[in-house]
Ligand binder design. Structure first.
Ligand code: 4AD
Ligand code: MG
Length: 431
C-alpha cells in the first residue's frame, strides 16, 4: 500500500493509499462514520460505510478517542464538501493506540492550562498555523541573506561578557569561572565581518527579563547581520528590504493558514513595502507630545509610546539617532552632536513594538575604552573586541531582528509565547 501525506493527497485521486496519524475528531451519521485524521501535514476526512466495513469493525471505530494513533487505508476521492477538497473512503484501519482522555478539548481553556500542556497544545490548529509561519519566516530570513552574499557564521552561546547591558545577564558556572548566556551575537559578528565582509548569525539569545510583558521571552531567537563598511543609512536600507522580503515570502506561502486559521487581515501585511517611514528620535518625541503623550526627551520608548508612534503609519516605522545615554556602549556617536548616537529601531505596525534594534558601531579604540568603563564593564574580557579597533579599524553596522516578535506580528497574535514551540519566560521553564 502506498503511504501518502495529507498535504499531497491530491496526487493520489482514484488510488488507494495508507495514512498514518491521529484522530482529530470523529462523528457517526447513521451507517456512516466520519473520522478526521491529522498527520502533521494536514487534516483529512476518512469515511467508513458500515455495510462495507462490517458491524464489528464499525463498532471499533466508535471506541476511538481524540488523539488515538491510527493507520487507515482506502481510496482517495475528490469531494468538494469535504474539508480540504478530498475524502478517503475507508477500506481498512489499524488502531495503534487508544489515547487516554486528551486534556485539550475544543472547549475554551485558560492560557496557563494550555501552556502547562504545551507539548500537547502544539497539535491544535492555531498553534500548528503559527509554528508553520515561524518555520517559513526562518527560511525567508536565511534565503534573504544567503542570496545577497552574506556568510552564515554561528556565534557562541557561552560568553565571558555582556553585550546589551548587565541587568539582563544569565550567569552560569563555567568550571569555577563565570560565564553568561549570550544576549546577542553582535560582538562576535564584528570579528567575523572583518574576515568575511557580510555576515549573519541566527540563533537563540537569552535575557533575564524580569518583566511579565507579552513582548518578552527569556530565550528568543535573533537574526543578526553585520556589514563591513556599511554606515547607518546602508543598514536602515538593508533592514527595510529585509522586512519587506520576509513578509512577502510568508504571505505568498502561508496565505491559507493566515486567512483561514489565524483570521489575519492581510491588507495590513500587504502594505509593508520599503522604504518605510523614518523618524529622527526628536521627531518621534514631538509626534508623541503632539498626540498628548507627556513623553520626556532622553528616555527610551515604552510599549504604549511605541504603539502610539506606529499607529500613525501603515508600514513599520524606523526611529534613528537615539540619545547615546540610553543605548549600548558600542554605538557610534553622531558626528554632528554627540548627545545622539547612530542607532536605529524598527517598530512594527499594529502595536507589535520593536522588531529590530541596531546601528553603526564605533571604530574608535579610545572612545570604546571610555564607554566600556562608563558602562561598568570589565575591560579584560573585551580585549579581543578592542583588537578589532587595533588591527584595521573599519566602519561597520548591523542589526538584530527578534524572530518571535516578527512572527507574532505577521500572525496577528496577542502574546509572543505562542510564537515559539516551548516558550521560556520569567515564570516558565516547563514543559
Ligand atoms: O535591540 P536589541 O537588544 O539589539 C541587540 O541585541 C543588538 N546587539 C543587535 C545587533 O545590532 N546585532 O535586540 C534586538 C531585537 C529587538 O528589536 C527585539 O525584536 C528582540 O531582539 N528582542 C526580544 N525578543 C523577545 N524577547 C526579548 N526579551 C527580547 N529582547 C530583544
Ligand atoms: Mg532594542
Amino acid at each position: 500500500m502506498q503511504k501518502a501525506y495529507i498535504a499531497e493527497i491530491g496526487r493520489y485521486t482514484g488510488k488507494s493509499v495508507l495514512l498514518e496519524g491521529w484522530v482529530y475528531n470523529s462523528r457517526r451519521g447513521g451507517k456512516l462514520f466520519f473520522l478526521l485524521v491529522r498527520d502533521g501535514t494536514g487534516i483529512m476526512q476518512c469515511v467508513a460505510f458500515k455495510p462495507e466495513i462490517g458491524a464489528e469493525r464499525f463498532a471499533e471505530l466508535e471506541k476511538l478517542t481524540q488523539e488515538s494513533s491510527i493507520r487507515v487505508w482506502g481510496n482517495v476521492r475528490a469531494d468538494e464538501r469535504a474539508p480540504g477538497g478530498y475524502e478517503l473512503s475507508m477500506e481498512g484501519f489499524e488502531v495503534v493506540q487508544i489515547a487516554e482522555e486528551f486534556p485539550i478539548t475544543p472547549k475554551e481553556h485558560g492560557s496557563s492550562f494550555l501552556l502547562d500542556h504545551r507539548h500537547l497544545w502544539l497539535r491544535s490548529k492555531k498553534q500548528f498555523a503559527i509554528l508553520k509561519v515561524r518555520a517559513r519566516t526562518q527560511k525567508a530570513i536565511r534565503d534573504f541573506f544567503d542570496s545577497r552574499g552574506f556568510t552564515l557564521l554561528d556565534t557562541p552561546i557561552f560568553t565571558p561578557n555582556a553585550c546589551e547591558g548587565t541587568t539582563t545577564l544569565f550567569e552560569t558556572d563555567y568550571f569555577g569561572d563565570k560565564a553568561y548566556l549570550t544576549q546577542s551575537g553582535q560582538l562576535y559578528n564584528e570579528a567575523t565581518a572583518a574576515a568575511f565582509g557580510k555576515v549573519y548569525t541566527f540563533g537563540p539569545t537569552f535575557r533575564a527579563e524580569k518583566s511579565k510583558t507579552r513582548r518578552h521571552l527569556t530565550e528568543f531567537w535573533m537574526v543578526e547581520p553585520e556589514v563591513a563598511w556599511a554606515r547607518l543609512d546602508d543598514i536602515i536600507e538593508l533592514g527595510e528590504e529585509f522586512v519587506t522580503y520576509v513578509v512577502e515570502q510568508v504571505l505568498q506561502d502561508c496565505r491559507g493558514l493566515l486567512v483561514d486559521v489565524l483570521e489575519r487581515d492581510l491588507s495590513k501585511l500587504e502594505a509593508v513595502k520599503a522604504p518605510f517611514q523614518r523618524l529622527h528620535y526628536d521627531e518621534a518625541v514631538k509626534l508623541l507630545n503632539d498626540k498628548g503623550n507627556a513623553f520626556e526627551w532622553g528616555s527610551d520608548f515604552g510599549a504604549p509610546d511605541e504603539t502610539l508612534i506606529a499607529e500613525q503609519f501603515d508600514t513599520p516605522v524606523v526611529v534613528h539617532h537615539f540619545p547615546a545615554a540610553i543605548k549600548a556602549f558600542y554605538m557610534e556617536p553622531d558626528p554632528d552632536d554627540a548627545k545622539y548616537c547612530l542607532s536605529v529601531d524598527f517598530l512594527a505596525p499594529e502595536g507589535y513594538g520593536e522588531i529590530i534594534g541596531g546601528g553603526e558601531r564605533s571604530a574608535n579604540l579610545d572612545y570604546l575604552r571610555e564607554q566600556i568603563e562608563k558602562h561598568d564593564l570589565p575591560e579584560s574580557v573585551f580585549r579581543w573586541y578592542l583588537d578589532l579597533r587595533r588591527y584595521g579599524a573599519f566602519p561597520h553596522s548591523g542589526f538584530g531582528l527578534g524572530l518571535e516578535r516578527t512572527v507574532s506580528w505577521i500572525c496577528g497574535i496577542h502574546h509572543l509565547r505562542e510564537a515559539i514551540p516551548f516558550p521560556r519566560t520569567l515564570q516558565r521553564l516547563e514543559p
